[in-house]
Design a protein around this ligand. Sequence first.
Ligand SMILES: O=C(CO)[C@H](O)[C@H](O)COP(=O)(O)O
Length: 235
Amino acid sequence: MADKQTLYKKQAGEYAASLIEDNMVVGLGTGSTVRFFIEALAQRINIEGLDIIGVTTSSKTSSLAKALGIKLSSVDEVPYIDLTIDGADEVDSAFNGIKGGGAALLFEKIVALNAHKNVWIIDESKYHDVIGQFPLPVEVVPYGSHQLFKRFDEADLQPLFRRTETGERLTTDAGNYIIDLTLERINHPKSLAYFLEQTVGVVEHGLFLNIVDEVIIGGEQLKIITKHPDKLFDN
Ligand SMILES: O=C(CO)[C@H](O)[C@H](O)COP(=O)(O)O
């Protein structure tokens, strides 16, 4: 039998599939929770004959969606994305999130920023008062990445190159490396995001601030928390 976390991911993923309407262009995130969403969406497409175009955020998601018969376009071929459903590694009550546990943060952020609405699906263990327990992924250009690693180390950001199971440095779909920062508690996410964005060699970071509109949280009871459209958060 599946563990509770997996059941909660499934609950959130399947609920998200019910949000999709005919003729939508849908951003398809990456990860194990999104897998449940994509499987449920493919089922709805088959049964109800929905006309959906998916825009994927990783090669893994592209393979899954293709195998399930979902029509795909690239982010550059659609005028906009109606709704993106993605997972997250950690979320706080101010709608700050950490993403990139599946190494897809760059494409995930591009797809999210081209969507009219962003919904995240998580299990309840990922919802915290303050983000930072999950190591923050930073995607970096391979050239000079050792120097960047040293800078992060000197700044006490506890960097680690992400590696594959066979021990090589993991390469993202865009051909970059990931350095994970072990921070434990990110008290000022906006300042940290600014610092990373100013650092040459950093392609993107996994802080997704003020991007998500709604979070669906699987648990004993499914919870949906929605951001007020006019609310701006100051970190
Ligand atoms: O950001 C991501 C991939 O880059 C994922 O959405 C995140 O890691 C959550 O994954 P999962 O649903 O498998 O827990």
